[in-house]
Write a new protein. Structure first.
Length: 162
């Protein structure tokens, strides 16, 4: 079974989560950072995971463009969706996840999750730092738990819905 994780990250945390998921899905799982890989055709893969960070309620533009371009091919595959989002309200994070990959649906996904966040102020650009300081404590980090990562991978591979 060919597997790919396609992700968009701004400051690197989403890439860290993608690598942790690859460890659980199998080292043969291919990782693609949209900023580096550009266009990644999902056609040759049996399972595709999409991951993106969320800023001000939206996933990265590269991910939005990717989903728009390949939505039909992705919808025909077994897929998983995750976001890394720092909003302190769990209901808002759930809404962000549901809206993140439209027109792909969370209901059609084999696995969905909000897999933590990391706000490392020293890496943030000026505007992002200003916004983050207004709503989050310094050095705000919530690593995904081993259980969350294991559950996501298990659902993705087993067919148990999220």
């Amino acid at each position: 079974m060919r597997k790919a994780i396609v992700y968009a990250t701004r400051y690197g945390f989403t890439a860290e989560v993608a690598a942790a998921l690859r460890d659980r899905l199998g080292r043969d799982t291919e990782l693609f950072d949209l900023a580096v890989a550009g266009d990644v055709d999902p056609e040759p893969y049996d399972v595709v995971v999409l991951g993106s960070s969320v800023y001000m309620g939206r996933v990265q533009r590269a991910m939005r463009n990717y989903v728009e371009r390949y939505r039909t091919r992705l919808a025909a595959k077994r897929y998983g969706l995750y976001i890394c989002a720092a909003n302190p309200d769990p209901l808002v994070r759930e809404q962000e996840l549901r809206a993140a990959y439209f027109p792909l649906s969370c209901e059609g996904a084999a696995a969905t999750a909000v897999l933590g966040h990391a706000v490392r102020f020293e890496r943030l650009g000026l505007v992002d730092r200003f916004v983050a300081r207004a709503v989050l404590p310094e050095g705000s980090v919530r690593e995904p738990s081993e259980e969350e990562l294991d559950r996501f991978a298990e659902r993705l591979l087993s067919g148990t819905p999220s």
